[in-house]
Design a protein around this ligand. Structure first.
Ligand code: SAM
Length: 322
């Protein structure tokens, strides 16, 4: 709603960990702790300094608190009942639509916010194979998924590009989440940094080349990783996300990958947060209908800058190509 957008700066999002409690139970615990639950039409009551919260209108496992709410010392965070996670970041696992009881892959997983979200949506049934090539960040993932009581996460320190899609361990994996390294240009603070760097253009071309070269090399990795994700023969759904606002890392990666293979198509809007209003851009050769299947989020939506695309398998794997 418009009033929520207007008041959105600094909204605090808390994701309910379904491995520990239902949404109704978490809501009841906050109410017992003195927070007031307001209804969907009362977003304007989420005013800084008030102990007021509501259920998110797009993501059923997300609670929204007033700007500035201090959550980090709350007991429900310490015992894993809830996870502090930006709304946009929570979109990726919903788009992945993991199947309870079937294994899933989180390809670039650390520090593990989306791994633990997948586990939550899977109700603790099945395995989440979590890969990251950074050992220090993977240790954080192990600690954060332990705190969130995700006993079904198998973390491996390796490049996702070196994971063998034909390894029998991954034959039953039907859902893959890919949230690769990106420029982070959608994160709070990074937007200002980016503006500063572009302003620096007036003093020479160095800054521009810095940004362009870095984004191009990230886009190459993102494309390679997405193509690799499509090589897992059992995978039926892929969620691709970045916290970048650059077309090069978002719509252009989607367009490139759609042009490189025929086994996966864009998931229809009906499966990709259909009620979320801000959709992708018809850029990089994507049609308006294709862009409508994509999700973008921006700070004016009360979230970090973010991008999510869903892919679905439309033809059986050509194992000879993997
Ligand atoms: N999905 C994570 C979350 O929600 O907590 C955030 C992932 S972060 C945007 C990207 C991660 O990709 C980093 O931890 C980085 O170390 C990892 N990464 C980069 N290249 C990789 C590769 N080739 N294979 C696996 N992980 C990689």
């Amino acid at each position: 709603p418009a009033e929520l957008r207007a008041a959105s700066a600094g909204l605090r999002y808390v994701r309910v960990n379904l491995l520990c409690n239902t949404v109704a139970e978490a809501v009841a615990k906050f109410v017992a702790d003195g927070y007031e639950l307001v209804g969907p039409g009362e977003a304007h009551r989420l005013v800084r300094g008030t102990r007021v919260f509501m259920q998110d209108e797009h993501l059923e496992d997300l609670l929204v608190f007033a700007p500035g709410t201090e959550m980090h010392a709350h007991g429900m965070l310490a015992d894993g009942s809830v996870v502090v996670q930006d709304k946009a970041s929570c979109m990726a696992a919903h788009v992945a639509r993991p199947t309870s009881g079937k294994p899933a892959i989180d390809a670039c997983a650390a520090p593990g916010n989306k791994t633990s979200h997948l586990a939550s949506l899977m109700g603790g049934r099945g395995t989440v194979y979590a890969f990251d090539r950074d050992a220090r960040r993977l240790r954080t993932l192990v600690e954060m998924t332990r705190r969130a009581r995700c006993t079904m996460v198998e973390a491996q320190c390796m490049s996702f590009l070196d994971v063998d899609p034909l390894d029998p361990r991954y034959a039953q994996v039907d859902c893959l989440l890919l949230d690769p390294s990106c420029s982070g240009s959608g994160m709070a603070g990074q937007l200002d940094l980016l503006v500063d760097r572009y302003v620096a253009l007036r003093q020479g071309t160095q800054a521009k080349e810095d940004v362009k070269t870095r984004v191009a090399s990230l886009a190459q990795f993102q494309t390679d990783a997405l193509v690799h994700a499509m090589r897992f023969p059992g995978v039926q759904r892929i969620s691709y996300s970045t916290c970048s606002v650059h077309v090069e890392e978002n719509e252009a990666v989607v367009a490139a990958v759609l042009g490189m293979q025929e086994e996966f198509a864009l998931a229809p809007r009906t499966d990709v947060l259909p009620t979320w209003p801000r959709r992708g851009l018809s850029a990089a050769g994507l049609t308006e209908a294709q862009a409508d299947c994509l999700v973008r989020a921006m700070p004016e939506d009360g979230t970090n800058g973010f991008f999510v695309a869903g892919f679905v398998r439309v033809s059986p794997p050509d194992v000879g190509k993997t």
